[in-house]
Design a protein around this ligand. Structure first.
Ligand code: NAD
Length: 490
């Protein structure tokens, strides 16, 4: 029988937005989108080609002078209007978010509200882009700093949260006065197509926001395109290496938001129940396919056994299944290839001494038609093993005991990644002391995702990337600095 398959009659049609043009098809190859909940094709999309990228860049560049010159209050008003239109489409957006990558339906309202809030937050900055004056040395002079847009920003996002990722770039880039060319990922294109409807309805001038739906060839064409002034890339480290190799030729600035293997440190003085609940939900949300999920739990030995038992009991109450069902918390992973990768990593983790407290093998029955993996908690895993060091991108968490604060910090910092870190303790001094030692772009104390709001700078250290999206830092990513020095002597 299987799980519910998406109703494609409500899917948006426009996969290409280039200036005034809004087309159903690009000029590239056909792509059959597969819904991960059933493993069946939903609809075919004719993707964009590098030639479409050329036209999108030309449209963005043509729109740039007027958009940059538009008074800040007008840009603000348009962005506020866009926020309202997005909110008005929440009911249509939620099933698309599920249909594109199997995200659970109950998260759709939050994701849509978050997208709207980003445009409101940065819309509120669009009319406050002030420079500053600088005190000078030497003779009398006036010196001031101006924050200028780059021009055209290329945005490349992954399939795991396209609406979240695209809006966290679009909102500050537009507020700063840039035009954008956005690539919707072929694996999950529907929510961004819907977003383009909202941009149109909000009344943005043609060419300010352009979208091409496409795969790696389209992304690569954007990166090498001389008409794109800055690239913001959200995705894997492997792709980032290719992008940086290409950008080494053009010297184009590239912002990178990459993967993570975020540690969760649970000290014996923590609120255990809360730390277990947050430890579990923070690891398995989005089926474990979140860049900043805390998937490496480090637990003080004194509470290790009771904590594991709590995790196991809580995991047993979480429903893994049809993402359209309102009581489901964990849906499928994106593809058969992902399922096999996850299972392979789990098997090797067990071979290397890990014990599966729950899960540990693919699911059968209705689940076997889609790409479902059970919640898997691996205990006693060697912190140097593959599964402890690398992103699994599935509902899998590893748990390792520690004996001292010093050891916990060393273990937490012991991977190449540096995106998030979570510290659970009721000791105020320890909370700040440990937070200050985390080699991670975002540390949450007694939290598991609540910090992810538009006002907070988000980004990575080490192999998790550089640059920040969110907050005033997010605006600065899309501004370049001009300094003006004026001689005040004759
Ligand atoms: P990916 O790197 O395979 O693809 C990301 C995007 O890059 C896609 O749109 C893809 O079409 C495009 N692309 C592929 N090859 C390209 C090339 N040579 N040039 C230009 N573009 C190219 O990543 P994915 O599998 O889609 O996403 C999962 C990864 O993204 C995970 O590592 C996850 O942690 C990371 N991620 C990071 C954040 C963050 O904010 N730090 C957010 C979400 C996801």
């Amino acid at each position: 029988m299987g799980f519910q398959h998406p109703d494609i009659s409500a899917f948006p049609e426009i996969s290409l937005v280039i200036g005034e043009e809004r087309a159903r098809a690009g000029s590239g190859a056909d792509w059959a989108h597969v819904y991960p909940g059933t493993g069946r094709v939903t609809r075919e999309v004719r993707l964009a080609s590098p030639a479409d990228v050329d036209r999108a860049v030309a449209a963005a560049r043509a729109a740039q002078p007027a958009w940059r010159a538009l008074a800040g209050d007008k840009r603000r008003d348009l962005m506020f209007r866009l926020a309202a239109v997005i909110e008005s489409k929440a009911a249509e957006m939620s099933p698309l978010l599920t249909a594109e990558n199997g995200a659970i339906l109950i998260a759709g309202g939050h994701m849509t509200a978050d997208a709207a809030q980003k445009f409101r937050y940065y819309g509120g900055m669009a009319d406050k882009i002030d420079g500053r004056t600088v005190s000078t040395w030497g003779g009398p002079a006036l010196d001031y700093v101006m924050y200028e847009p780059y021009g055209t920003v290329g945005i490349i996002v992954p399939w795991n949260g396209p609406l979240f990722a695209a809006t966290m770039v679009m909102a500050p880039a537009l507020a700063a006065g840039n035009c954008v060319v956005l690539k919707a990922p072929e694996l999950a294109p529907w929510s961004l197509m819907k977003l383009m409807e909202a941009v149109h309805e909000a009344g943005f001038p043609a060419g300010v926001v352009n979208m091409v739906t496409g795969g790696p060839d389209v992304g690569a064409a954007m990166v090498s395109h001389p008409g794109i002034d800055k690239i913001e890339f959200i995705g894997s480290g492997a792709t980032a290496q290719k992008i940086l190799a290409s950008a080494s030729q053009s010297l184009k600035p590239v912002g990178l938001e990459l993967g993570g293997k975020s540690a969760v440190l649970v000290f014996a003085d923590a609120n255990l129940q809360g730390a277990a609940k947050r430890g579990l939900s923070g690891a398995i949300s989005a089926s474990g396919q979140g860049c900043v999920n805390g998937t490496r739990l480090l637990v003080e030995r004194a509470i290790y056994e009771p904590y594991l038992q709590m995790l196991k009991a809580m995991a047993g109450h979480v429903k893994v299944g049809d993402p359209f069902a309102m009581d489901t918390f964990v849906g499928p992973v994106i593809s058969q290839a992902a399922l096999e990768r996850i299972d392979g990593m789990v098997r090797r983790g067990i071979e290397q001494g890990g014990e599966a407290i729950c899960g540990g093998a693919p699911m059968d029955g209705d689940h076997a038609e889609g790409y479902f993996y059970p919640i898997t908690v691996l205990a006693g895993v060697d912190p140097a093993s593959e599964i402890s060091k690398n992103e699994v991108f599935g509902p899998v968490l590893v748990v390792t005991p520690f004996d001292s604060e010093e050891e916990a910090v060393a273990l937490a910092n012991g991977t190449d990644y540096g995106l998030g870190a979570y510290v659970h303790t009721t000791n105020l001094a320890r909370a700040h002391r440990v937070a200050g030692q985390m080699m991670a772009g975002q540390v949450q104390v007694n939290g598991s995702g609540e910090a992810m709001t538009p006002c907070v700078p988000f980004g990575g250290m080490k192999h998790s990337g550089h640059g920040r999206l969110g907050g005033i830092e997010g605006l600065r990513e899309f501004q370049q600095v001009r300094n003006v020095w004026v001689n005040l002597q004759d």
